[in-house]
Design a protein around this ligand. Structure first.
Ligand code: GDP
Ligand code: MG
Length: 233
């Protein structure tokens, strides 16, 4: 793992970019983490961005990150292709100084949700989850789209998926990569715990102490009830 200990201090800010396909639990895992650090962590979802300007995802993330008390923002989008990861790094380069002091040190943490050798299981489980999620999503509404369209959208992501490849660009630009496993039961709880532990190890300045198990559990239960606030259709 590429761990970079340079120049990290109390002024360092962090962004988290997921690499995933639909239904792997990005939003549930993100909510679990953000509920644990409500003051210092933020969560911006691509699914909440309406309108044509797609870079609003990065603009809103940097706006949040520019607040004094905010140290880490999760930029919630699938980023299942190299092109999308590159786009996030490009936007960051381009927009950073509009929101943060020019000398602000930003570390970018990648979180890979979908191990390539587990894609068949991931396909089954995420499909079941998305059926269960039903209309409880900003744009993928089961009742409006129907099974065929939803399966089509999800299969498209799986087909185009380009897993993390740390030796090539853009994935070699991540300062830290957390590679999650994928299980069926409470995967977002397991994910949150692994992310906390690996960030604590690499960047204790961001997570000086891992929250207690019962706190993490409670935060996960709360996240399973997450309801989106933005509606796209
Ligand atoms: P995303 O598309 O990657 O953001 O996935 P979501 O976080 O929206 O998860 C998809 C669905 O699976 C949602 O209805 C979640 O409540 C549910 N889900 C996510 N993680 C878990 C988990 O660990 N256990 C269970 N039982 N359901 C989960
Ligand atoms: Mg989501």
């Amino acid at each position: 793992n590429a761990i970079d200990y340079e120049k990290v201090d109390e002024h360092t800010k962090f962004l988290i970019f997921p690499i995933s396909v639909i239904g792997c639990g990005k939003t549930t895992t993100s909510q679990t983490l953000v509920n644990l650090f409500p003051e210092s962590w933020g969560h911006i979802q691509n699914d909440d961005i309406t309108g044509k300007d797609k870079s609003q995802l990065m603009k809103k993330s940097l706006e949040l990150l520019s607040k004094k008390e905010v140290k880490c923002v999760i930029v919630d989008r699938n980023n299942h292709q190299f092109r999308e990861r590159q786009q996030l790094f490009d936007w960051l380069d381009e927009l950073k100084e509009d929101y943060l002091a020019y000398d602000t040190n930003i570390k970018v943490i990648g979180v890979s949700f979908a191990p390539y050798d587990k894609l068949p299981e991931i396909k089954d489980i995420t499909m079941r989850r998305v059926i269960n999620r039903g209309n409880n999503h900003q744009s993928i509404k089961w009742d409006e789209l129907g099974e065929k369209k939803v399966v089509g959208i999800m299969s498209g992501f799986l087909k185009r998926y380009q897993p993390v490849s740390l030796r090539r660009s853009p994935d070699n630009m991540f300062d830290l990569m957390v590679e999650l496993d994928f299980g069926e039961v409470d995967s977002s709880l397991t994910n949150a715990k692994q992310i906390l532990s690996e960030i604590h190890k690499a960047y204790p300045i961001l997570i000086p102490e891992i929250p207690k198990d019962d706190e993490i559990d409670a935060s996960f239960r709360k996240s399973l009830d997450y309801k989106p606030t933005v509606q796209k259709r």
